[in-house]
Ligand binder design. Structure first.
Ligand code: SAM
Length: 462
């Protein structure tokens, strides 16, 4: 049962837009991640077929206590997988319906004029998705880029130096890797490279994080010693990136509502050597901005739940468009959370990000909130050389960043940087002077990186 239950839980989290398949599987706590990943991936691949079978056999009506995600996993394994090797009472339940389900499958094949199960499947995910490289963020709390480069060289990889263009990243193949052209601590390997079992990953020296998902902390870039809120933090990749930028100096207040994701996050932060953080299971909307505890909070990273429609390396079923009602609900929460974040009295700089492609969750949220807070905050024209900009939903929306497999070779993503109107000399962030000119529509180039800081090094043993 453990395997089927874990797979059903991953499917449920996916539907709620709480991450991609890989991250949810690896953060599930299930001991046999490969087995779980295979089952979840295959169930997703067959999902449209499974839905038809469940409908046709009226399984969910007959078994009211059977959660739909678990039903999909069981029926997948029964008809297309290994034939329910485990599963206890659920196995018995599914087997009771086997004849009916097999009859439905036969009917479906006749209807589609196919003889093989695979021929019932829709065409594969977009080719762009399979071209997204494997990005590896070097965790500078534990090591440095040079040591990690040496490590991979010793493992037989050839290091090609710093990439000059996205095309170079696209051309990567075999055992070769590059330093990213935009982010200073990001290494780039060919797509499908898997480092989940690599000692650098299991010891927290590297973080497997898509390039687009590294943008929020990089662009927030609080100076060491700052107090920072990570409002919707789990499973914590961006929190650990923030901690690395802060060099563990200062304080990160991280919130999330999901107990399981927080537990995973705690383990991940420990593994990554993050010390300066307080983790709370709390709805960010209920965090009191006037609490003296937060009086020094100058930076907020807000990466709220979203439709996840930009996560293109997910499988086809996950790309299904969210309903208008779900989008409205998500955008409502995102607007409230952004407004709430802007009410922290000492806030200077905020990054709002989503892995959604929908304007409703992105430019529209920023526009609506700036309508109320525009006298205090402005949208910063950040990272002008970044090729993919916000949709022209309102004047100035091009100051926002977008990311996509086609343009930036990343997951689909959206980032907006807001800054309090202020005297620039009073800035406490290390980025603005180098990264952008908030008042200019042209902006200035980041010089790709925040100020060089001394990094604590720790040699990595193979
Ligand atoms: N920033 C995370 C990272 O990089 O690992 C990913 C965050 S994920 C997109 C959104 C998170 O928001 C989920 O973990 C979800 O549980 C959390 N969440 C949803 N509603 C929330 C709320 N009202 N307050 C705090 N967290 C919330």
């Amino acid at each position: 049962m453990a395997l089927y239950g874990a797979a059903a839980a991953v499917l449920r989290e996916l539907e709620r837009g709480r991450g991609g398949v890989k991250s949810l599987v690896y953060n599930s706590g299930f001991p046999h991640v490969r087995q779980l990943y295979a089952l979840v991936s295959e169930t997703l691949r067959y999902s449209p077929v499974l839905e038809k079978l469940l409908d046709g056999a009226a399984l969910l009506q007959a078994e009211k206590k059977l959660p739909p995600q678990l039903a999909k996993v069981l029926v997948y394994d029964l008809l297309f997988g290994k034939g329910l090797k485990c599963g206890g009472r659920w196995k018995a339940l599914a087997r009771r319906h086997r004849a009916r389900l097999q009859a439905e499958l036969a009917r479906l094949k006749v209807q589609h004029r196919v003889s093989r199960n695979e021929d019932l499947l829709a065409p594969a995910a977009s080719p762009a998705a399979s071209q997204v490289p494997r990005y590896v963020r070097v965790n500078t709390l534990k090591t440095c880029v040079d040591d990690v480069v040496d490590f991979f060289k010793r493992q037989g990889y050839s290091y090609l130096g710093k990439a000059a263009s996205v095309e170079e990243l696209r051309a990567l193949s075999g055992k070769k890797f590059l330093l990213d052209l935009h982010l200073p601590e990001l290494l780039v390997f060919p797509p499908q490279t898997d480092f989940h079992d690599n000692v650098l990953y299991t010891s927290g020296h590297i973080i497997l994080q898509d390039k687009a998902s590294c943008l929020p902390a990089f662009l927030l870039s609080p100076a060491p010693g700052s107090h920072v809120i990570d409002a919707c933090a789990a499973p914590g990749n961006k929190t650990s990136h923030l901690a690395a930028i802060l060099q563990n100096k200062g304080q990160i207040f991280a919130f999330d509502v999901d107990t399981k994701r927080l537990a995973t996050m705690n383990t991940m932060l420990m593994r990554a050597g993050v010390t300066a953080f307080q983790l709370a299971q709390q709805d960010f909307l209920t965090v009191d901005p006037t609490d003296p505890k937060y009086r020094k909070v100058t930076h907020i990273l807000l990466d709220p739940s979203c439709s996840g429609s930009g996560m293109v390396t997910r499988l086809p079923q996950e790309e299904a468009a969210p309903s208008a009602e779900r989008l409205r609900a998500l955008a409502g929460f995102q607007r409230k959370a952004l407004s709430h974040a802007l009410s922290f009295p000492a806030l200077q700089r905020l990054v709002y990000s989503t892995c959604s492609l929908h304007q409703e969750e992105n430019e529209a949220v920023v526009e609506a909130v700036l309508r109320d807070h525009g006298s205090a905050f402005r949208l910063v024209n950040t990272f002008p050389s970044w090729p993919c900009r916000g949709l022209a939903a309102f004047p100035g929306a091009k100051s926002c960043l977008r990311a996509s497999p086609a343009t930036t070779l990343t997951q689909g993503f959206f980032v907006a940087v807001l800054e309090r109107h202020r005297d620039r000399d009073a800035a406490s962030s290390s980025v603005p002077a180098a990264a952008e000119n908030p008042q200019s529509t042209e902006g200035t180039e980041p010089g790709a990186a925040p100020k060089k800081r001394k990094r604590k090094k720790q040699k990595v043993k193979e």
